[in-house]
Design a protein around this ligand. Structure first.
Ligand SMILES: NC(=O)c1ccc[n+]([C@@H]2O[C@H](COP(=O)([O-])OP(=O)(O)OC[C@H]3O[C@@H](n4cnc5c(N)ncnc54)[C@H](O)[C@@H]3O)[C@@H](O)[C@H]2O)c1
Length: 332
């Protein structure tokens, strides 16, 4: 029988890509989303992409009764919990909103899982839980810390799940620490319309796209005096389709072994800001003007994943390299 998987935040960027990957792998994904940062057309586009009707509940995670109704309507094999606010700078300005939505949403979801006897969850965590880490590449065993409210909401989320595991030793919990997801489904159908999203894009790739389109005059490169080959910060970028496949593997591992795991999802390769600019300029065939600006508080010189545990536990390896990540991010 096809296994139904609840995707909270499944209409968002990573959720929608994971929906397609799960559907392709033979699961039946069901979306729960309040569309606070998603395109209302996404379910229709997912139906078009998969050739199957998209089951989607317009529901806020903070609405416990609504959650109960969704759980009562389906027999879920697992949940993948994407729904959260995600912008670091925004979280510094609005910490309470992040604590309420990210921690409050998880608390509600865990309550519904207990009430409906569902003990499998994949949690969208982030490399941000490593804070300012000295160890590079970063293994999952590195010390954890939070340098902003968003990071704290992810760190506390992981800790809550750790305590749920103590109370429910039979639960199978997957914590996936994403590095920097970029790119889009090759169909171009999963591109978000800027007018449908409320979370300000703060990452490098959305800004490169804005400069290439001419909606931003130039890119600010924050710091060129880091201890890296060209002086600019090194980050581990991962194609969102690779990331989506990582969720399929994580779910398959939870369902077949009923064992919990925590893994990094990255490529293990760091690219500098200048390398990203050059690769993106080549992919879009346009100049990317940039200036060097002072370092930003809280930025680290390098951040890339040790991917050996993901390979050992999930058999996960990325397929797409930098050129494909840039080419698939560019929709003129
Ligand atoms: N994109 C990244 O760079 C990145 C990196 C690391 C971790 N993550 C984490 O991955 C997850 C997904 O990220 P994304 O990039 O797809 O973000 P996104 O904003 O595109 O998707 C999140 C989705 O959750 C929904 N949502 C938010 N609050 C909700 C609520 N209370 N009830 C119901 N739905 C709600 C939004 O409408 C949106 O569709 C998030 O938890 C994020 O913190 C993202």
């Amino acid at each position: 029988m096809t296994q139904k998987i609840l995707l909270t935040g499944g209409a968002g960027y990573i959720g929608a890509h994971t929906y397609v990957a799960l559907s392709k792998a033979g699961f039946e994904p069901v979306i729960l989303d309040n569309f606070s940062n998603a395109d209302r057309d996404t379910p229709a586009r997912l139906a078009q992409l998969t050739g199957k009707a998209c089951l989607c509940h317009d529901c806020d995670l903070l609405d416990s009764d609504g959650l109960d109704a969704v759980f009562a309507a389906h027999d879920f094999a697992a949940t993948v919990h994407f729904a959260a606010y995600k912008a670091v700078g925004d979280s510094v300005a609005r910490p309470q909103a992040y604590f309420n939505n990210n921690m409050g949403g998880l608390i509600n979801l865990l309550g519904a899982m207990e009430r409906h006897d569902l003990g499998r969850i994949v949690f969208s965590s982030s490399a941000t839980v490593y804070g300012d880490c000295d160890q590079q590449p970063i293994p999952e065993t590195a010390p954890l810390s939070a340098t902003n409210p968003y990071g704290l909401s992810k760190l506390v989320g992981e800790q809550m799940l750790g305590q749920m595991q103590v109370a429910h030793p039979d639960w199978a919990i997957s914590i996936l620490r994403y590095f920097n997801p970029v790119g889009l489904h090759k169909s171009g159908l999963l591109r978000l319309s800027p007018e449908e999203t409320t979370q300000p894009p703060e990452n490098l790739m959305p800004r490169l796209i804005e400069v290439a389109k001419g909606t931003r005059k130039q890119l600010s490169v924050f710091g060129d005096d880091y201890d890296t080959p060209d002086g600019t910060g090194l980050r581990d970028y991962i194609h969102v389709e690779d990331l989506a496949r990582g969720h399929v593997l994580a779910l398959q591992a939870l369902i077949t072994t009923d064992e919990s795991h925590t893994v990094n999802l990255g490529t293990g390769q760091g690219y500098s800001v200048l390398e990203m600019i050059a690769a993106f300029a080549a992919a879009c065939g346009r100049d990317i003007p940039y200036t060097i600006a002072p370092r930003r508080a809280g930025d680290v010189a390098r951040c890339y994943a040790d991917v050996s545990h993901a390979k050992a536990v999930l058999g996960f390896e990325t397929e797409f390299g930098l050129n494909e990540m840039c080419a698939d991010s560019w929709v003129a």
